[in-house]
Design a protein around this ligand. Structure first.
Ligand code: COS
Length: 380
């Protein structure tokens, strides 16, 4: 549902203040502690962030994609670890249920995801199935009224805090590709589920990723998403189409922040007797950042409104994710350059962003997978 312009503007203004007053002062702490403080998580729940994209009938804000991206442009002008805490509920962890779940599955789980009482995770990737998602090996064998899950899911965002997993598993061992895969909603407390040790990562400290290991985990058959076997890969792809728009808007938010910081620094820092912002070579870097951010915004706004109109946007979502994630990498690199030595030193936070944004070119489909999706649609 689209909210009216005034409500959206007020919400975005509130979030902008929250980012400036609550999140930015805590960026270094979140990185040092490798955790988002509990009081900030509670405030993000109260703001409705966990339920941004969950329909209103289940207690969410039910934002249209066109509204969600605008919200993210503002919210993500801070460390992306804050977004990651609720990002799986907005995106990949919950969307399988929203898009393809039965009425009973939605009624059971979505209210708790919308309030943030439950955090969800998306379990697709495995040790031997990353970009080639359709080759996944985790099995789900039917046994009476249940399925028995076995296998390992890897690099699962929010696994340590998740109460619910959307799990893609193979229900038909005879079908090797996408057609043998089904999607399940699995409660974290299910016996037979273990969470691995959180990985040490290049960036986004405060956001956790870990293995999720299924060892004879018995899941009620009623938790098969949509109630039909063999549809799980398509569910995952639909979730990722939408997720790629969301991630694009996250990239843009971070890029806006980096540009602001770069302008502020260049306006203050003096060399050769003048502000470095007055040197044309620095101006060129600022202008390139602005131009690319604007291009990404235009792309994402266009794709989001097409998505809301019911168009298939697989290709456009891939274009957006490809361009926006590469764009923020270039913006972060220029920010380090503009800050010079200070850009390389931890106290200024720029090097942290430089590391934080690197994952955007990898997760929810690498740049090379986006190129493949785009090229396939052009040549099929
Ligand atoms: N929406 C709906 N259905 C889709 C779809 C989409 N966006 N993309 C593919 N499908 C369908 C296809 O139509 C096909 O259905 P049929 O068998 O009925 O024709 C089925 O899914 C299999 O598709 P395809 O043959 O294209 O699968 P591939 O194995 O070639 O893989 C890619 C497709 C590479 C695009 C997919 O594996 C992918 O996105 N990989 C990256 C995974 C990823 O992003 N991982 C990140 C983990 S989450 S952080």
């Amino acid at each position: 549902m689209a909210i009216d312009r005034e409500t959206r503007a007020q919400f975005i203004e509130t979030l902008g203040r929250f980012v400036r007053e609550r999140l930015r002062p805590n960026e270094a702490r979140v990185s040092d502690d490798d955790a988002v403080p509990a009081d900030i998580l509670a405030e993000m729940r109260d703001l409705g962030l966990y339920g941004l994209s969950i329909p209103e009938e289940y207690g969410g804000l039910g934002l249209a994609m066109a509204d969600e991206i605008e919200v993210m442009f503002t919210f993500c002008q801070t460390s992306p670890a804050f977004r990651s805490a609720f990002g799986t509920n907005v995106g990949i962890g919950a969307q399988g249920l929203i898009i393809d779940g039965t009425a009973a599955q939605k009624a059971k789980y979505l209210p708790k995801l919308a309030s943030g009482e439950l955090t969800s995770s998306f379990c697709l990737t495995e040790p031997d199935a990353g970009s080639d998602a359709a080759s996944l090996k985790t099995s789900a064998r039917r046994d009476g009224d249940s399925y028995i899950l076995n296998g390992t899911k890897r690099y699962i965002t929010n696994a340590p805090s998740a109460g619910l997993f959307t799990v893609m598993a193979r229900t038909d061992a005879a079908i090797k590709g996408a057609g043998g895969i089904s999607a399940f909603v699995v409660e974290a407390g299910t016996p037979g589920i273990r969470i691995g040790k959180p990985e040490k990562k290049m960036g986004q400290q405060g956001a956790k990723i870990a293995d999720v290991i299924f060892e004879d985990a018995r899941v009620p058959a009623e938790n098969l998403i949509g109630g039909v076997e063999g549809k799980g890969f398509k569910t995952a792809m639909k979730v990722l189409d939408r997720g790629r728009l969301h991630i694009s808007s996250v990239c843009i938010g971070v890029a806006l922040r980096l540009l602001d910081d770069s302008i502020a620094y260049a306006s203050e820092r003096k060399q050769f007797g003048q502000r470095i912002a007055d040197f044309q070579l620095v101006q060129a870097m600022l202008a390139d950042c602005k131009t690319e951010i604007y291009a990404a915004q235009c792309m994402v706004r266009d794709a989001a409104s097409r998505f809301d109109a019911g168009e298939s946007v697989s290709t456009e979502a891939a274009c957006c994710k490809y361009f926006a994630s590469e764009m923020v990498g270039r913006v972060a690199d220029r920010a380090v350059q503009i800050f010079g030595g200070a850009g390389y030193v931890a106290d200024y936070g720029i090097e942290r962003f430089y590391r934080d944004v690197r994952i955007f070119r990898i997760y929810e489909g690498t740049s090379q997978i986006q190129q493949m999706v785009i090229a396939r649609s052009l040549t099929k």
